[in-house]
Design a protein around this ligand. Sequence first.
Ligand code: SAM
Length: 246
Amino acid sequence: MVATPIGNLADVTVRALAGFHAADIILAEDTRVTGSLLTAYGIHKKLISLREHNEREMAASVLRWLEEGKIVLQVSDAGTPGISDPGTRLAEAVWAAGLRVVPVVGASAVVGAMSAAGLETGQFHFHGFLPPKSGARCKTLQQWQQAEYAVVCYEAPHRILECVEDIVATLGAERQLVLARELTKTFETFLRLPAAELAARIRADSNQQRGECVLIIDAAPRITQADDALPAPALALLAQLAELLP
Ligand code: SAM
């Protein structure tokens, strides 16, 4: 499983390039996208298409190639295979056959966004893509009302405003968000704002609805030292209110 750049071609690793040179077979999501990466590094290899819909069927061929001693690489269009991308089923089949899967690590949008977001990273939840429809999305978002960890989501640019508006409605106007857009590319942007302010910013600047986005929802605000100092009856009332309020 070979990670490839998520924008900046210079992010390809030396180990990935060595793998491309050595590979007998390279499985790629969109063969044109991976073809351009290989061409940029002067590598010319035949690519075979592997997408979610043919992953299971391809597994039988991959097992045969591996048993013949061939080096088989899988890449997705960008980032790390298997992370909101094809790869998982193939890896499962290879392990189940008693063979080995090797990660050639590199770029992944979730790690890039989290590493620079300036949020607590001790524990975080990676959710991947949120449901595209508002009703289902709000239902998903509600589970993070009291989250003690940040939640990382991938989101399509044409849905980013709707998604942030749903966050305002479900998690509140003040919930801290980080929108990490176009990571590693020319127009890389980090917006770190409370939800309502981020929605206003996106509404005012249509560029914020372009490119590729990672949206991070910070943990719910914790009870501060001052709140801790409140008398017990006040704390009990706050706890009751927290349960009742949406
Ligand atoms: N496997 C990839 C990874 O390891 O990050 C993710 C693949 S997923 C199909 C594509 C999504 O990842 C995009 O819709 C976007 O949410 C996020 N993404 C990919 N590249 C990005 C970039 N350069 N900047 C911000 N988000 C990116």
